[in-house]
Design a protein around this ligand. Structure first.
Ligand code: 3HC
Length: 291
């Protein structure tokens, strides 16, 4: 199947980044949000991200205009009737995802592939809610989507093998490497990464080192681009907490118990960059990595 037009539902940090990735690769994108305010926020994400690339000389003004011109924004899901692929990037609430996929199944032409960018919820549950489970798949991008070069392609027991192959090939067209994974909590990256991040919060709470000490230790001692607290702020503390809950539920492994400190910050609305405050506050951003 030739993927030419793609719908992206949900234009938060991830959805807007995904829309930009597709538009940069020359595909037409229809971005859907619930209301005009959310649409304007999504447009703002893509405008800022492409402006930064233009400022750094990575895009010409003309290329930037072409990318923005390929993205149409709407509040109506019905506008997705003719798209070849839909990527869902709405908040991680299974009931909302199931009802969205039922809607998409009704609206989109029968060949359309329906993909979810979920970081933690079962792809099988959304697939089973549609009349086309063989054409439902996970397409998991990483934050920031325009930069990170991986897409986890999540196949369920009912995904048609041809669809897995087509989506993996499409990831290549986007300049990403596809890794094929099964539908298990956290897939590969989050299953390995999030327990490490969660454990950093446990160490902080135990007083073993300070926030900056732990971030410095992992950046300078291991060569990671960001320490765990800077990365938690980037990912979103709510997202990190949700992934840990799902991992703990599925594995019942005590090492996956979500950190109480993480829960407390999420409850207080300190979600990281998206809310302007997480482990780091607006006045004290994490240190820049040494170049
Ligand atoms: N959006 C778009 N582009 C961005 C960006 C953003 N939010 N942040 C940075 N960039 C671009 C810059 O424009 C720059 O592009 P260029 O090389 O073409 O000029 C490039 O990224 C590097 O940016 P900077 O020089 O400003 O900063 P750094 O070198 O410090 O890189 C980083 C920033 C790419 C975020 C780097 O620190 C990094 O790789 N961090 C780790 C990120 C990570 O691990 N992500 C995965 C999280 S797990 C996840 O997403 C799964 C989910 O399900 C939870």
């Amino acid at each position: 199947m030739a993927f030419e037009t793609v719908g992206v539902v949900g234009l938060g940090t991830m959805g807007a980044g995904i829309a930009e990735v597709f538009a940069r690769a020359g595909l037409r994108v229809i971005g859907v949000e619930a209301d005009a305010e959310a649409l304007a926020r999504g447009r703002g994400h893509v405008e800022r991200s492409t402006a930064r690339a233009a400022d750094r000389g990575k895009l010409t003004a003309g290329q930037r205009a072409e990318i923005l011109g390929r993205i149409t924004l709407t509040t109506s899901r019905e506008d997705l009737r003719e798209v070849d692929l839909v990527i869902e990037a709405i908040p991680e609430v299974l009931d909302h995802k199931v009802s969205l996929f039922q809607d998409l199944d009704r609206i989109c032409k029968p060949e359309t592939v329906l993909a979810t960018n979920t970081s933690s919820l079962p792809v099988t549950a959304v697939a089973a809610a549609t009349g086309r489970p063989g054409r439902v798949i996970g397409m998991h991008f990483f934050n920031p989507a325009p930069v990170m070069r991986l897409v986890e392609v999540v196949s369920t027991v009912v995904t048609a093998p041809g669809v897995t192959a087509e989506i993996s090939e499409l990831a290549g067209r986007l300049g990403k490497t596809a890794v094929s994974v099964g539908d298990r909590a956290g897939f590969v990256v989050n299953r390995l990464l999030l327990p490490y991040l969660n454990h950093a919060a446990v160490l902080l709470e135990l007083g073993i080192a300070t926030r900056d000490g732990i971030d410095d230790a992992m950046r300078l001692g291991v060569g990671l681009p960001m320490g765990p607290f800077a990365l938690l702020d980037l990912i979103g503390l709510d997202t990190a907490y949700e992934v840990m809950e799902v991992l703990f539920d599925e594995t019942r492994d005590r090492r996956h118990a979500p950190s109480p400190l993480l829960r407390e910050l999420v409850t207080a609305g300190l979600l990281g960059r998206k809310s302007g405050h997480g482990f780091y506050g607006p006045q004290e951003p994490p240190k820049e990595p040494e170049k």
